[in-house]
Design a binder for this molecule. Sequence first.
Ligand code: HEC
Ligand code: HEC
Ligand code: HEC
Ligand code: HEC
Ligand code: HEC
Ligand code: HEC
Length: 427
Amino acid sequence: MKNNISQISVKTLLAVVFTVFAISSKIQAQDGEKLFKQNCAVCHYSHTDQKSTGPGLKGVFDRVPKGDWINRWIRNNEKLIKSGDAYANKIYAENGKAAMTVFEDLDEKQVESIIAFIKAPAPVPVGVASSSGGPESSETANGNGGIEPLYLILGFIVILAILIGSLRSVRASLQNASNRAEGKAENPEMTFGQEVKGWISGHRRLVGVFSIIIVFIGMKSCWDACYNIGVYYDYKTQKGYKPEQPIKFSHKLHAGDNEIACQYCHSTVEKSRHAGIPTVNICMNCHKGIQSGPQYKEKEISKIYAAAGFDPKAGTYDDSKQNPLKWIKVHNLPDHVYFNHSQHVVVGKVECATCHGNLKEMTVAEQKVPLTMKWCIECHRKTEVSMQGNAYYDRLHKALKEKYAGQYDVKFTVDKIGGLECTKCHY
Ligand code: HEC
Ligand code: HEC
Ligand code: HEC
Ligand code: HEC
Ligand code: HEC
Ligand code: HEC
């Protein structure tokens, strides 16, 4: 009979251990898929040979050189191309010298798991995959796939509890058996609660130390989760995203070489939350006259005419032939974030280039910054509020400086006016 009890307990124990292992290895397998969606899916289909910005990756292992070539390519394709590697230069040329992002911050293990994902059979029917994980999707998974330390500890505690429980029942049945053998009465049943209480009062100090450790770990996890959300989520940044647009519009040619002001086209940037993308009418202001470009001649500019319903030979518009340009959004903040351009550009006097890089040099608009919460917050921590011509801040600043004179070097950074409050940035 005592054998039965201990057998059942050992079985439960094993079952729990296996479940924990099964869950953790499943998470491992999903890792690659998640990483792929976060880093690669904007430019590649994983399980078809359909081309997007980069080639479809179905069957890629049959094309690329053997060995660790693919790892080196994924980590830093730029270096590989520069090194003169024949295959790297071949695909680079074949894809119109479109640059793949450099992924030096992915470690070996992450690259391996991405490769494993590409090698594995398609996770869901391809039709579904391309609509949920395809290049145009902005779907982003959360969590970085690892098990949180807190869960590991909780799992450990559960296993420990089961272990103690089973040992306890084994001990009880052994005791009873020996009592019976010696002809004594059976032990009065103590409830588990009573026993725990007894144990705790016998081990006060140990329990104290453990409680402190557990509370500390719990607090630390909460702190990390709240405070470092941006850090945790840094990996899913779309930095480097530069989708191919319906017209080969070049900022370098317009804002750089021809020195057209940003505000001419992004006319609401100083007045509203959005910078705005110019309508085709704005393009027509100039392109009614400029009918040929330096690089693509009539080819690209004719797409403006198609969109405006304009016939360049007759010089007439036909409203029924208009079809609006479908620009692809480069920067995408999630819906729950509030960002306001005029506040930053006009009140904060932050330059466009600080957040967007130098568009005057870009032929294709590209996201140059991470756009994560960490990125917003780091700037708010270190950037001083612009005081020039702002009487309200001026007074406030003077008052603060007087109050803390000689004690602190008062820097009036954005965080001091509430730039770290959750509700300022989140709905
Ligand atoms: C910004 C777009 C972009 C992103 C993001 C991107 N790639 Fe690429 N990738 C390309 C382009 C474009 C090529 C073709 C070569 C070239 O022009 O540099 C390419 C080529 C490749 C090739 C060689 C394909 C072949 O047919 O030989 C592999 C493998 C590859 N990428 C894997 C990845 C992986 C894995 C990721 C994510 C970690 C990734 N790429 C992210 C654009 C991208
Ligand atoms: C002649 C009109 C024109 C001028 C001048 C211009 N832009 Fe643009 N801008 C566009 C168009 C059209 C797009 C959408 C297509 C694209 O992304 O390339 C765009 C896109 C952008 C984007 C990416 C928007 C997104 O989808 O997230 C940024 C950022 C940007 N412009 C900043 C600037 C800055 C900064 C300047 C000045 C240095 C500037 N632009 C000057 C027309 C213009
Ligand atoms: C403090 C950082 C910051 C500055 C400064 C800034 N932008 Fe932006 N810009 C952003 C962010 C963040 C987004 C993404 C907004 C979103 O997705 O809602 C964005 C988006 C855009 C877009 C896409 C359309 C839109 O309104 O969402 C354009 C165009 C643009 N910015 C142009 C400009 C121009 C032109 C300037 C300078 C006059 C400028 N930006 C200054 C951070 C900045
Ligand atoms: C303020 C005037 C102005 C506006 C507005 C303007 N452009 Fe241009 N665009 C130019 C000039 C100047 C050139 C260069 C002509 C040249 O060098 O021969 C040019 C050239 C081009 C070319 C040819 C590129 C090539 O290399 O062949 C394209 C495409 C183009 N613009 C698209 C647009 C689009 C799309 C818009 C609206 C979003 C727009 N432009 C708005 C002035 C303008
Ligand atoms: C390059 C630096 C910089 C970056 C990056 C930046 N900000 Fe700001 N932000 C400022 C400055 C400077 C101000 C102060 C403007 C003022 O004087 O009111 C400000 C103010 C704000 C405010 C108003 C705060 C208040 O208390 O009134 C909000 C909301 C805000 N930013 C949101 C964002 C979001 C969301 C992002 C990221 C997507 C972001 N900012 C990125 C510099 C930055
Ligand atoms: C200065 C602006 C700013 C402030 C202040 C701010 N956030 Fe955020 N937060 C962001 C931005 C931007 C993102 C989007 C990050 C991304 O998509 O990678 C974000 C994302 C998040 C997310 C979602 C993460 C995800 O993957 O979608 C949560 C949750 C969050 N913030 C909570 C908070 C809490 C709690 C606070 C207050 C302690 C706070 N935020 C303060 C800008 C801010």
